[in-house]
Structure formats: structure tokens, C-alpha cells
Design a protein around this ligand. Structure first.
Ligand code: PRT
Ligand code: ZN
Length: 292
């Protein structure tokens, strides 16, 4: 690892893999300008005193814990497995997966308790062991580096504990999930001393504020619609956001235009209710940033 430049904050992100593109997109959304050409180890931000380090994801929790870097973007699954002593600043809304215990479809095992005395192969030995222990089950944990899903067919293990996102790997290998050990997504983590110390606290707080601006914008849509003036009370009841909607009169005095920010998760339900009370010409726009 290159020697630290004490005047520049360091952020670690995955070099290649499932989190890499999302992490770069998020940091760019937060206004950081940098190159990713061939993902060299270090990329200097042009507009901030920040260096980005492109690393294997497995190394990130410990590098953050040890202060090799100040911040890291990594799956919470790895943070928990390493039991890294870091401060989790925010979940990031990508890299969703679950750590699950699965058995061959042909197996008689259908409950975690039945794993007593059996072999469980996993790349997450610590979390798997903690989970089984909490259930009062003593099993033989077999740590594996990769391709955990093939271990039952090789008779290396009776069950596996692995990450699942779509579930197609389990299905392809005729494996059936019997328990969820944890739900995970990518998180922003900070070195404790960097977060609390004078040198970087201000810069980290600034980055967290920007991050919230990006995440909030993603969770919302900007909606413009036309509606009969008489429907304003019903429309306001549907769009019960933090702020009241903007109501603009139209040339036709019986009609108004309504502009509002709507939560993405209830989006379709709200659109259907708005149409039902007379809204028309509904335009929906992505919000790039949102600053409270
Ligand atoms: O090279 P490097 O060490 O950095 O990368 P890696 O190959 O170890 O990691 P990578 O890119 O595969 O995963 C990085 C992070 O993405 C993980 O730590 C999780 O936080 C998150 N993530 C989200 C996943 C998955 N979904 C996922 N499906 N990580 C791995 N998988 C694997 C899983 O292990 C299994 O082999 O995908 C397979 C199952 O996928 P489905 O879709 O068939 O269920
Ligand atoms: Zn890895």
C-alpha cells in the first residue's frame, strides 16, 4: 500500500465486481470528479482533497478499521463477517442480497435444527457459526473460498451457507433455502478515529450530506399533472408529502396544474388514485439531487 498523504481523505471501493459500477456512480452523483481508467489502485479526485482506492472487497472492512483508508463502500455482509470495528454511516440502496442456508432438494433436512452434527460449507464461517450457535445447533463449518454451491454434490458438505440474490444459483444446483442468516446491502463505513477526529470530521459530514441528497432524490419522483380545480383537496390528500404541492392556475379557470414530489415506493398506487380523482396529462420526472 502506498504511503498515506495526510492531507487527502481516502475512500475505498471495490475494483471489479458487483459493487464497483454502483459505487463509482454514487460517488460521481455526490459531485466527486475522478478517472477510473483501467481502475488503477489510486485515483485522485480533481475537485476535492480525496483519493479513491480500488480494492478487493474483502480487504475493505479491515482497511477502514485500521485507518489505511478513512471511508469504504462495501457489502454489510463482509463488515459483519469480519466483525470490523468501523462506524456504519448509511445503507446505500444497492448490492442487495441475503445470506442463506440451503440444502439439496433430495435431503431430509428441512429445518436448521436438523443440521446438528452435519457439515455446512460457507465463505461466511463466522456468521454461519454465530447463527447456528444461537439456534443451539452444533455443526461442522467447512470454510470454502468460492463455488460453495457445488460442495453438496461433491459430498464435501450436507448444506451450504451462501449469498443469494436472484436465487438462480440455488435453483441450478437443486438447492433449497431453509433459513436466512442476514439481509445485506452495500454500506458506507468510516474509520472511527477519522469520523470523530478534527482532521476529517467536517469533510466526512459534508460527504454524508451529499450522499443523503443523492439517496433522497432516488427515492422520489417529481410529478406534474393537470386537474379540475374542484379536485384540489382530494389531490392534496393523495400527495401528502412533506411540503404542500405547488398549484398553478391554467388558462381554463376550471383547471389547475399541480407540481409535487412523490415517494417512489408508493408511486403507482398514488398515480392510480390521482387519475381516479380527475388528474390528467401526468408527467413524471427523475430528480437528480434533493437538498432539504
Ligand atoms: O474481487 P472481489 O473480491 O472484490 O469480488 P467478489 O467476487 O468477492 O465479490 P462480488 O463482486 O461477487 O460481490 C461483492 C458484493 O456484492 C458481496 O459482498 C455482496 O455484498 C454483494 N452481492 C449481491 C453478492 C450477490 N448479490 C451475489 N449474488 N455477492 C455475491 N453473490 C454471489 C453468491 O455468492 C452466489 O455465488 O452470486 C451467487 C448467487 O447469485 P444468484 O443471483 O444466483 O442468487
Ligand atoms: Zn471478494
Amino acid at each position: 500500500m502506498t504511503k498515506r498523504d495526510a492531507t487527502r481523505l481516502r475512500i475505498a471501493l471495490q475494483k471489479e465486481g458487483r459493487l464497483a459500477e454502483w459505487s463509482v456512480e454514487l460517488l460521481r452523483g455526490m459531485g466527486l470528479e475522478f478517472e477510473t481508467y483501467k481502475r488503477r489502485l489510486i485515483s485522485r479526485c480533481r475537485n476535492f482533497d480525496i483519493d479513491l482506492l480500488f480494492l478487493r472487497d474483502d480487504d475493505i472492512p479491515e482497511y477502514v478499521q485500521d485507518g489505511v483508508v478513512d471511508l469504504g463502500i462495501v457489502g454489510n455482509n463482509l463488515v459483519q463477517e469480519c466483525a470490523a470495528e468501523v462506524e456504519t454511516l448509511a445503507p446505500l440502496g444497492f448490492g442487495y442480497c441475503t445470506l442463506q442456508i440451503a440444502v439439496p432438494e433430495a435431503s431430509a433436512v428441512r429445518d436448521v435444527k436438523q443440521l446438528q452434527g452435519l457439515r455446512v460449507a460457507t465463505t461466511y464461517p463466522k456468521m454461519c457459526a454465530r447463527f447456528l450457535q444461537a439456534k443451539g445447533v452444533t455443526a461442522e463449518i467447512i470454510p470454502i473460498m468460492g463455488s460453495v454451491e457445488i460442495t453438496p454434490s461433491l459430498d464435501v458438505a450436507d448444506a451450504i451457507c451462501d449469498l443469494v440474490s436472484t436465487g438462480s444459483t440455488l435453483e441450478m444446483h437443486n438447492l433449497l433455502s431453509i433459513a436466512t442468516v442476514m439481509e445485506s446491502e452495500a454500506v458506507l463505513v468510516a474509520n472511527r478515529a477519522s469520523r470523530s477526529g478534527k482532521a476529517w470530521n467536517g469533510r466526512i459530514t459534508q460527504l454524508i450530506d451529499r450522499l443523503h441528497g443523492v439517496l433522497q432524490a432516488r427515492a422520489k419522483k417529481y410529478v406534474m399533472l393537470n386537474a379540475p380545480s374542484a379536485a384540489i383537496p382530494e389531490i392534496r390528500a393523495v400527495i401528502s408529502g412533506r411540503k404542500s404541492p405547488t398549484i398553478v392556475p391554467l388558462a381554463d379557470p376550471a383547471m389547475v396544474a399541480v407540481h409535487a414530489v412523490v415517494e417512489e415506493d408508493l408511486f403507482w398506487e398514488k398515480m392510480e388514485r390521482l387519475k381516479a380523482v380527475g388528474a390528467s396529462d401526468i408527467l413524471v420526472m427523475t430528480i437528480e439531487k434533493m437538498i432539504a
